[in-house]
Design a binder for this molecule. Structure first.
Ligand code: THU
Length: 129
């Protein structure tokens, strides 16, 4: 699947964001190695600290369905926001060099990067063995 197609799915997921407090809607589309896509949006809460980002929603949806082999993630956010540190760390657990496509709210590609670039010298499972 092309970056642009994955970004389109991320921008569609963004429309399902529950972000009444920040009004900052984010969507993610996580491509699995077998070509399946898990989407996610941010879900906020009146108890602000309980909010979850779009990227982690997508990863946890996949994991809870028994899938943990990923090949790319696209993120749609206003002006093409970059994943937060917590989401970078969660992605690192499963694919330390996953390609990342950042897009704007319409799913237009702003930047193509990778987790290796966004989270160098990461702490991961290998550090515990
Ligand atoms: N947010 C995400 O969904 N992904 C990120 O990587 C950055 C931040 C959400 C969390 C919160 O609901 C809103 O954007 C503002 O921080």
């Amino acid at each position: 699947m092309k970056a642009q197609e994955l970004l389109k799915l991320a921008s569609q997921a963004r429309n399902r964001a529950y972000a009444p407090y920040s009004k900052f809607q984010v969507g993610a589309a996580l491509l699995t190695e077998n070509g399946e896509v898990f989407s996610g949006c941010n879900v906020e809460n009146a108890s602000y600290g309980l909010s979850i980002c779009a990227e982690r929603t997508a990863v946890f949806k996949a994991l809870s369905e028994g899938v943990k082999s990923f090949s790319a993630i696209a993120i749609s956010a206003p002006r093409g926001g970059s994943p937060c540190g917590a989401c970078r760390q969660v992605l690192n657990e499963f694919h330390p060099s996953i390609p990342i496509y950042l897009g704007d709210e319409n799913g237009m590609l702003i930047c193509a990067t990778s987790l290796q670039d966004l989270l160098p010298h990461a702490f991961g499972p290998e550090n515990l063995s």
